[in-house]
Design a protein around this ligand. Structure first.
Ligand code: 9L3
Ligand code: MG
Length: 136
């Protein structure tokens, strides 16, 4: 069997006081451009997943999250041709700062039962029922 490259990516469902979830549209020029995702990114060498998420949330949407505010909910797994993605999903309900699109991406706050209206990468889609269970 061919070697399989396993890529660890972490994602976060940011939930506001109206129980809406933040999704971001992947910018042009990136893989999967135009699809809507739960914000996050690749775990870099030497990082713990929570540190990655704190870094990514700051870089992408300008907020500051403290580690105890990140609660793991479930994880996604998806086999692309060239790598397998393993992606824990965290829930975060408390953060500091205002959510702003720092990378020119579109952002949307969406009720969990409306997430299916937004085209998402294949790894993110199976996460939606978990959010519906938690939030609806
Ligand atoms: N990815 C899928 N769903 C997500 C995130 C944050 C990432 N919610 C996929 C897209 C890329 C890979 O993970 O194939 C790495 O993400 P990035 O570093 O390009 O954001
Ligand atoms: Mg990212």
């Amino acid at each position: 069997m061919a070697d399989i490259k396993l890529t660890l990516v972490v994602a976060c469902a940011l939930v506001d006081t109206d129980k809406r979830v933040l999704i971001a549209q992947r910018p042009q020029g990136k893989a999967l451009a135009g699809l809507w995702e739960f914000p996050g990114g690749k775990v870099e060498p030497g990082e713990r997943p929570e540190q990655t998420l704190i870094r990514e949330l700051h870089e992408e949407i300008g907020i500051d999250v403290s580690e105890p505010c990140l609660a793991p909910l479930t994880f996604a797994s998806y086999a692309y041709d060239s790598f397998h993605l393993l992606m824990p999903l965290y829930i975060c309900r408390r953060w500091e700062g205002l959510v702003v699109a720092r990378e020119g991406q579109q952002l949307a706050w969406v009720r969990a039962n409306k997430l299916r209206d937004y085209p998402m990468p294949p790894a993110d889609i199976p996460l939606i029922p978990h959010l519906i269970d938690l939030l609806m």
